[in-house]
Ligand binder design. Structure first.
Ligand SMILES: *Cc1c(COP(=O)(O)O)cnc(C)c1O
Length: 304
């Protein structure tokens, strides 16, 4: 089944690779590997599948017809959910923030091609996406299990816990964070394994310390962690010329990065490297995917 294949794929040598050395003259001060979740599957890749896998158990026992969730017109989450629907035959309903009269983005084009039903709502309606009453209406109308935006929640966490066994071999595991669910799930898994790995979250959102406070209350007591809060580069989705240059640099090294999350992860890692903070460590960078979103930044898809 889907889940077992995914977990096997993680340990395939193809998906666990050394970080290409961006400075061949001086070299890196640590042993850095990359977990290439972007390479798990041609359509269904990155961290989102792990968050979604956790929801499949709830779906199986829900008796519902379809899966429904929310997102923007470039959403990696909606893209992954549509791919999941196509792979499993489960009908998928995507509630999209935006307007039906605009041309479909390549992201939504893919989703529609894979058979997902797109439901466009205006921005005011979309703001209600966390309201239980609206979620209940949608669940009724589409006979669907509602997955929160971004795939968070306990079910999302449980799928991400499965990533921990790969991370447990390292001193530190670094991830780009949005909601921080993936990293928190990994931390829970590491705690269950009694691993000494430190979890490092590179915040892609300028959130005034929200993620740090969230983790302070929810991180398992046995886990060392830190949040890097100065790598968002001006805010969520903001891409500076330096980020673009880094993307092109790593394209040439065959490590394609996305402009919203993974380029900020690598930039933060290299900044720590320059400060000598990584010396002698074994570090795993999680490539959380998102490459389909490069099309939103005017970047080509990589040819891998
Ligand atoms: C959604 C996403 C993230 C953030 O995941 P969280 O679990 O919300 O922290 C990171 N990287 C990519 C590429 C994503 O699509």
């Amino acid at each position: 089944m889907l889940t077992a294949n995914f977990i096997d794929a993680l340990t395939s040598p193809r998906n666990l690779a050394s970080l290409p050395d961006p400075w061949p003259e001086s070299g890196l001060s640590c042993q850095a590997d990359v977990l290439r979740l972007d390479r798990l599957h041609p359509q269904f890749s990155g961290n989102k599948p792990f968050k979604l896998i956790g929801h499949l158990d709830a779906f199986a026992s829900s008796g519902k017809r379809a899966l429904l969730s929310f997102g923007g017109v470039w959403s990696n989450h909606l893209h992954a959910l549509a791919a999941l629907g196509q792979q499993t035959g489960i009908p998928v309903v995507l509630v999209v923030r935006g307007y039906a009269h605009l041309p479909l983005t390549p992201t939504l084009r893919d989703c529609a091609d894979w058979g997902a039903q797109l439901v466009f709502v205006d921005k005011a309606t979309y703001r209600r996406r966390y309201e239980p009453s609206w979620q209940a209406e949608l669940a009724d109308e589409y006979d669907a299990l509602v997955i929160p935006e971004g795939g968070g929640s306990d079910a999302g966490l449980s799928g991400c816990r499965r990533l921990a066994s790969v991370c447990a071999h390292y001193d530190e595991v670094w991830l780009a964070c949005g909601t921080g669910t993936t990293a928190l799930g990994i931390a829970q898994g590491l705690n269950e394994l009694d691993a000494a790995t430190t979890v490092v979250g590179v915040n892609a959102v300028a959130d005034q310390g929200f993620l740090s406070r969230h983790w302070s209350s929810l991180m398992p007591g046995g886990i060392n962690w830190r949040v890097i809060d100065d790598a968002h580069g001006g805010g969520f989705g903001k891409v500076s010329p330096a980020h673009l240059a880094l993307i092109h640099h790593f394209d040439a090294l065959h490590l394609p990065l996305d402009p919203v999350y993974t380029v900020k992860l690598v930039a933060a890692f290299l900044a720590a490297e320059k400060q000598g903070l990584n010396a002698g460590k074994r570090i795993l960078l999680v490539h959380s995917g998102g490459l389909q979103g490069r099309r939103g930044g005017g970047l080509d898809l990589p040819l891998t």
